[in-house]
Design a protein around this ligand. Structure first.
Ligand SMILES: Nc1nc2c(ncn2[C@@H]2O[C@H](COP(=O)(O)OP(=O)(O)OP(=O)(O)O)[C@@H](O)[C@H]2O)c(=O)[nH]1
Ligand SMILES: [Mg+2]
Length: 378
């Protein structure tokens, strides 16, 4: 998952920190002295010191003779450590500290490579630009030490990407509870482009909700594509989830209306409604979707979108957002080497990615964790 993206980002970070390292120069003496004191303080309580302390307190429990011998040994060890510490301390005055002040011009030059990597990996142009601008703003005029260049670049990139991905989460459990308190089922609508994985994702969501102890029904509101109802019934049978259906050609808004009525009269917690795949450029199908929403007022509308759709995700998402999306489910992440779609979607829609699908099995479904994704990339 996102293998190529990870590699390219790593290469870009290496190149960027490499260029900074190449350009580092010795800083003035007073700064160097300050740095040394700071480092000495940081070194003051190393785990090794703590270990040594623990060792000597254990000795107290041993025989008196052993205690004396060990006491002498510990003293010698401490003297030796002090000597080494002093030598190290002095050598730092003779070895100048290398650092580079990152001017905006220098950053412009070196961040170009990073922008290219983002563009090549399906990160939309305005999103790539925003990431690079943010990184530039955070790093400009900072003095970066040679040894810290890579860590600083990585930390800044991680926080910038995390800010984009970390949108306010959808809490399905609370939404179910609040619908229940009103004596009704929660209605979740799955919509998206042809073949994006809507029906499979809805089945996975059904399994996820059953595992959490909720009850569900499926609404077979794709009454358009041949075999769509049978496909949903296959999942319904496997998962023991009832499918509310009507004949092909029936108005999908009416099918969902029926399913909600069925669920409300039986105290079922959630109605999961499948819809026909639509091409975002087909206005009639988009209007049909708006009708479904107008009639049934779904609590949650999830856009199911392929991670591999590339730059097209942004245009698709914008059109589907005309009905007011609540979140995104990103599918086929298992076959996506690039990984930029998630960034483009979050930035464009300002909506959360709720789940990611990583295969065709019901279990290939997980709650999206922005921090996990960022940690995985870096
Ligand atoms: N590798 C992989 N395949 C997936 C994933 N999700 C769905 N698929 C496959 O994608 C294909 C299309 O899935 P569907 O669930 O039928 O997609 P759909 O959006 O309902 O399709 P339409 O109803 O025709 O618009 C099927 O072969 C699924 O098994 C996923 O996360 N990873
Ligand atoms: Mg389908």
């Amino acid at each position: 998952m996102f293998g190529l993206f990870k590699k390219k980002i790593k290469d870009a970070v290496d190149k960027l920190s490499g260029k900074i390292e190449e350009e580092t120069k010795p800083v003035n003496e007073s700064e160097a002295v300050e740095d040394v004191f700071q480092e000495e303080n940081e070194e003051e309580h190393t785990p090794k010191d703590v270990e040594l302390g623990r060792e000597s307190s254990c000795d107290e429990l041993r025989s008196e003779e052993g205690k004396r011998d060990r006491g002498v040994e510990t003293l010698k060890e401490e003297e030796k450590r002090e000597e080494v510490k002093k030598e190290g301390f002095l050598s730092k005055f003779t070895k100048p500290i290398m650092s580079k002040t990152l001017s905006p011009e220098f950053l412009d030059d070196v961040l170009w490579d990073l922008e290219l990597v983002l563009l090549e990996n399906n990160v939309a142009q305005d999103v790539s630009q925003k990431i690079v601008d943010d990184i530039k703003e955070k790093l400009a005029d900072q003095s970066v030490r040679k040894s810290q260049a890579e860590k600083i670049i990585k930390d800044v990139m991680k926080s910038t990407i995390l800010e984009i991905l970390d949108q306010k989460k959808v809490d399905i459990d609370s939404a179910i509870d609040s619908a229940r308190s009103e004596g009704r089922a929660l209605l979740i609508l799955f919509l998206g482009f042809n073949g994006s994985g809507k029906t499979t994702t809805m089945a996975k969501t059904g399994k996820y909700l059953l595992d959490k102890g909720h009850t569900c029904v499926f609404a077979a509101a794709d009454s358009f594509r041949a075999a769509a109802i049978e496909q949903l019934e296959f999942h319904g049978n496997k998962l023991s989830i009832k499918v509310i259906k009507q004949k092909y050609g029936t108005d999908p808004a009416a099918i969902i209306f029926d399913a909600v009525k069925h669920a409300n009269s039986r105290g079922i917690n959630v109605v999961l409604a499948d819809t026909a795949g639509r091409v975002h450029t087909d206005r009639n199908l988009v209007e049909e979707l708006k009708k479904i929403v107008r009639v049934n007022k779904p609590d949650l509308k999830f856009l199911v979108i392929e991670s591999i759709a590339g730059n097209d995700v942004v245009e698709q998402a914008k059109v589907f957002d005309e009905v007011g999306l609540d979140g995104v489910v990103l599918t086929k992440v298992d076959v996506d080497d690039k990984g930029g779609s998630a960034l483009s979607l979050c930035y464009t829609l300002r909506k959360p990615i709720c789940f990611i699908c990583t295969g065709q099995e019901y279990s290939d479904f997980e709650e999206f964790d922005a921090r996990k994704m960022v940690d995985g990339i870096f």
